[in-house]
Design a protein around this ligand. Structure first.
Ligand code: BGC
Length: 767
């Protein structure tokens, strides 16, 4: 592999001399594509450990922030020289090479650095947000999209992402709902597995792949009141049956690292939680990678009132099993002293360091530490990268409503108004957690439509502004887009102008929703209303009685109850990413068919939150308002819901047998027909319900799904194999996983309200 190193023979020579001095000869021959064996890895790490002082070991446990406001450049170099384990937030490959060269040639043991970064939905080429990716209900697509992200990331010299976030979120107020896969544990498991595989490839150290970090372990998504960073109080029943499941799936998929969460889980901070980090993660799930704390979460153990001093915080986190400390540096300051005083042992220190060194070895960093600049330029924003994120955006857009075939719009439109504060906003199009994305790379919806309709008049106007609120940690990107304060008169002129454009156009596309700063970290909302005057603009444009499409850009479900009753077509695109404008133009004009289904229950009103379909006590179907005096209890759109330009019918639900025994499985078949004149894909969803058990059972649980593409008129028999073991659950009455005999309902359809129904019996229990 041509590396920058190879262009600098003298350095290369000194590097290999250094390797020969500190590293067993066998490592020098390690190839990019050769998977190191466990034995070779352990031998290498053990030998290296014998050469390390306590201070050097502790240094490997530290991850320093690369942003100059946290760590000035000279300080970063000093850290590299003294053997710090890792940096986060470096993205410039030239700087990465400089620091790596210092670590590899000037630190005493020449141990390479590990560079981590939040590649949540893309590095430079931004894919749709994770909630959107989950809406694709296509794990294969999710895997491929994250593999592309990994490729671009690794080419820049970053070897580790702080993703996937697999926190189940049932509360749309929580800003970080946009980072996860929604509310369901089964869908969450599939998406978690796909992301780990996508980032890491077939094995840790696979070429063009990076390490994953599964976060935030565990329970962060259940923050009280949807308030970010608040405590989570989760019963064992919900922990085992809902919240832990995607984490377990990610561990099973071979995730290299986990991130311990900020908050306390049932009273014990996750970053000092021995039960979570040892009993569950390492003992039950056999996790052998390493755990990094969330940002300053070790230091925060004192804030939580869990540690009574910084030294105590370091010892508690290290004892619980947090291998690496992100951003704060209490390990460096206090662990050597704790070892001297006997408060922490060197053997335990070795156990913390071992998996970190092992990952560096498996990644091949000891032999290939530098960025290949040619490859970096080749991979960054390549056509392949752009195509991948455009396809992902098309497949994750959810068509919520399409009365009278308003969509797709005719390509022979003579004029189109594209209105709304998000219509031409590159920053918003990529969404939150796209920190390294550059807005200049981004295709806005307005740009995409202009390109796609070269012969039409496309008028673009904001109509209304939305205030972005207080800047977030990414404020340097946000500030330039801050709307200028306008007086009432100027606002009225802007509003009226937009309505006039709609009046004189053949059709209007309203691009409304949230600014990207309104979701993500530290961005919970107490209201789900369209911010600002957007609702008023929508009402005024809809009142014109001309074709209008609401394109919703958002990181969470919003209160669109008025729109769902009055606007003929609604396409929810979440935040679609770098190629969003091209994808949306193709969707609106019928060159692509929306492929998404909701990974969460879409509320009517914020008062319904938390809202989820797999609750336990059935609602009275004749009076769904009964649980609120002033509000229906049902969602506006159910979990799993999504339309297509094609239409489908389900029939002939059959089972291979009326009974299934423990260890056995059942075949469930259904006939799916494309009843329309266009090709399209349907997400065929299978739900079950256990009628009685040792504990109350959810009214429905998703157990399987398949995304099936059919040409017009095509009929396909879709078959699911349902293992009886998939009907097991953790019983709070018996405190263990059980499969209980009895009658089960099964439904198949296109969302969680599916009506095609049958029953079967589980005839033998396995405890
Ligand atoms: C977030 C993590 C993120 C880390 C580093 C924290 O504030 O909670 O999800 O990985 O920052 O950016």
């Amino acid at each position: 592999m041509p590396t920058k190193l190879c262009q600098v023979p003298l350095l290369r020579l000194s590097f290999y001399l250094a390797l020969l001095f500190v590293v067993p000869i066998s490592v020098v021959g390690q190839q990019d594509d050769a998977r190191p064996t466990d034995a070779a890895t352990n031998r290498f790490v053990d030998q290296l450990l014998t050469r390390m002082t306590v201070a050097e070991k502790v240094e490997q446990l530290e991850q320093a922030p690369g942003q100059p406001n946290f760590t000035p450049p000279a300080k970063a170099e000093e850290l590299a020289r003294s053997g710090v384990g890792s940096f986060l937030f470096f993205t410039d490959p030239v700087r990465i090479n400089e620091l790596q060269r210092i670590a590899v040639t000037q630190s005493r043991l020449h141990i390479p650095l590990l560079f981590g970064y939040d590649v949540i939905h893309g590095f430079r080429t931004i894919a749709p947000i994770p909630l959107a990716m989950a809406s694709s209900w296509d794990p294969e697509l999710v895997m491929k999209t994250q593999a592309m992200a990994a490729r671009e990331t690794r080419a820049a010299g970053v070897e580790w992402t702080f993703a996937p976030m697999v926190d189940i979120a049932r509360d749309a107020r929580w800003g970080r709902i946009m980072e996860g896969a929604g509310e369901d544990p089964y869908l969450g498991e599939q998406i978690a597995r796909a992301q780990v595989k996508g980032f890491q490839g077939d094995y840790i150290g696979a070429p063009d792949h990076i390490l994953a970090s599964v976060k935030h372990f565990a329970g962060y998504g259940a923050a009280e009141g949807g308030r970010d960073y608040d405590s989570s109080d989760i019963s064992d029943e919900l922990l085992y049956n809902v919240y832990l499941r995607p984490f377990h799936a990610a561990a099973d998929a071979g995730a290299a690292t986990f991130m311990s969460a900020y908050m306390d889980l049932n009273g014990v901070p996750a970053t000092g939680n021995t039960w979570l980090l040892q009993d569950v993660l390492r003992k039950d799930w056999k996790f052998s990678g390493f755990v990094v704390s969330d940002w300053e979460a070790v230091k925060n153990l004192e804030t939580h009132g869990f540690a009574d001093s910084p030294q105590n915080a370091a010892v508690l986190a290290a004892s619980a099993g947090v291998n690496m400390e992100m951003s704060s540096s209490l390990y460096r300051e206090y662990l050597p002293g704790a070892i001297k005083s006997g408060a922490f042992s060197e053997a335990r220190l070795d156990n913390l360091v071992r998996p970190i060194l092992a990952m560096k070895y498996r990644l091949g960093l000891f032999t290939h530490p530098y960025v290949d600049m040619d490859k970096f330029h080749r991979e960054t924003l390549s056509t392949e990268q752009r195509d991948a994120v455009r396809i992902a955006a098309e497949q994750s857009a959810v068509l919520l409503k399409n009365d009278g075939h308003t969509l797709p719009l005719s390509k022979s439109l003579r004029s189109l108004a594209v209105l709304g504060p998000l219509a031409d906003s590159a920053l918003d199009t990529v969404g939150s957690w796209a920190i390294h994305g550059d807005r200049r790379d981004t295709v806005t919806i307005a740009k995409g439509l202009r390109e796609a309709l070269p012969n039409a008049r496309v008028d673009v106007a904001k109509g209304v502004e939305i205030s972005r609120g207080s800047p977030t940690i990414f404020d340097e990107q946000v500030v330039p887009d801050q709307p200028q304060l306008k007086d009432d008169e100027a606002r009225k002129v802007e509003f009226d102008h937009a309505v006039e454009l709609a009046r004189s156009a053949d059709a209007t596309v309203l691009v409304l929703g949230e600014a990207q700063t309104m979701s993500g970290e530290a961005a919970s909302r107490g209201s789900l209303k369209l911010p600002g005057e957007q609702e008023r603009l929508m009402e005024a444009v809809t009142a014109l009685g001309k074709p209008v499409v609401l394109v919703l850009m958002t990181g969470r479900p919003l209160d669109i109850t008025w729109a769902s009753a009055h606007v003929p077509a609604i396409l929810n695109i979440w935040y679609p990413g770098t190629e969003g404008g091209h994808a949306v133009a193709r969707l609106l004009l019928g060159d692509a068919n929306p492929g998404g289904h909701l990974p969460l229950s879409w509320p009517r009103d914020v008062g319904q939150e938390p809202l989820f379909y797999n609750y336990k006590i059935p609602h009275n179907p004749r009076n769904v308002a009964k649980r609120y005096w002033d509000l229906l209890s049902t969602p506006l759109y159910p979990f799993g819901y999504g339309l297509s330009y094609a239409s489908f019918s389900f029939s002939d639900l059959t089972l291979s047998s009326p009974d299934v025994a423990a260890g056995g499985s059942l075949q469930v078949n259904v006939k799916l027909q494309n009843t329309s004149a266009g090709a399209g894909a349907e997400v065929v969803q299978l739900y079950t319900h256990q009628r009685a058990g040792s504990a109350s059972r959810p009214i429905r649980e998703l157990k399987a799904f398949q995304k099936v593409s059919l040409v017009p008129g095509e009929i396909r028999k879709v078959t699911f194999v349902l293992p009886a073991d998939d009907l097991m659950y953790w019983s709070p009455a018996l405190h263990r996983n059980v499969l209980e005999p009895g009658t089960f309902d099964v439904w198949i359809g296109s969302d969680s309200n599916a009506t095609l129904h049958s029953t079967f019996n589980v005839i033998e229990s396995r405890n």
